[in-house]
Design a protein around this ligand. Sequence first.
Ligand code: RB9
Length: 332
Amino acid sequence: ATGSAPAVPIDERFDIAYVTPVTIGTPPQTLMLDFDTGSSDLWVFSSHMPPFQVRGQEIYTPDESSTARLLEGHTWSIMYGDGSASRGNVYVDTFAVGGLTVLNQAVQTAQQVSASFTSATNIDGLVGLGFSTLNTVRPESQLTFFDNAKASLDNPVFTADLKYMAAGTYDFGFIDRAKYTGEITYVPIDPDPGYWIFTSSGYAVGASSNFSATPIIGIADTGTSLVYLPTAVLTAYYRQVQGATNSRSYGGYVFPCDSALPSFTFGVGEERFTIPASYIRYAPVTEGSATCFGGLQSSSELGINIWGDVALKAAFVVFDSRSPPRIGWAKK
Ligand SMILES: O=C(CNCCc1c[nH]c2ccccc12)Nc1scc(-c2ccccc2)c1C(=O)NCc1ccccc1
């Protein structure tokens, strides 16, 4: 089997996150979920939440699904690095995306979500595509949709083709030759932490003329908007941006929106990928402001480097869960 589904930006002005239509239950309930390689819980806004925490999101109502079964005595609770959080209980039900159907998928129904999820009105929940070891369901952790689907897929892979201010695609079980150019460069993944962690071979500010061959260990993360890198890399980049400052009040590097921005190049093996300046001029700090927030930010508070959407949309990315797992990057 194979599957293919769109990844649609939740906001037409800047790519905060991407959502993908899925159906859950019988008769099918359609929700728009954020497919997230940086976590491993499939959780949804649900009929178990207090109504004031739901602001326009679609909800999953297990009581209206004839195939829903409560997973007795199981709960979940997750906290992300930005302090956002959610928790609740667990059902198994039929889950379908892009032509693929998984029977008895663990669907984590939210009873409580933090304010940042309530205000993300176009996100009805998340589909974790990280390694199932990260799943937070207790007392027995649950498998991701991809781990449940893997045996029936033509190949144990999925690919991300995210786009700047446009709908991209997630493909499951196959690699679409029409979505990339040249060859795919594969590098190993360390699956133990549970994330898609790989080592970038270095970076350059602007084109790859002055490439600095320094290993950067980071997570390929479709669920995080921006790129978080070591301070040394950031200062090298923002040194080239007129008026750039690392603002405590805005919580990161900001600069005048009309400043000239260099592109940013990162290495995967011998290959070089360039993030255009337009992706790094991420968004005005507030509606209509002349101060813009950068798409490259420091990872020093996180303790981990993250290659979020700003980087992923500059490439065609293959998440290959053969043994040992590996990640592939190609131009497009
Ligand atoms: O969790 C994810 C992806 N799902 C995000 C879902 C989500 C969280 N608010 C959302 C709001 C809307 C939609 C989706 C989400 N990625 C990873 S891997 C390692 C870390 C991490 C570990 C330790 C310390 C720090 C990060 C994170 C992390 O917390 N990223 C979020 C973030 C956000 C802002 C800044 C940094 C990291």
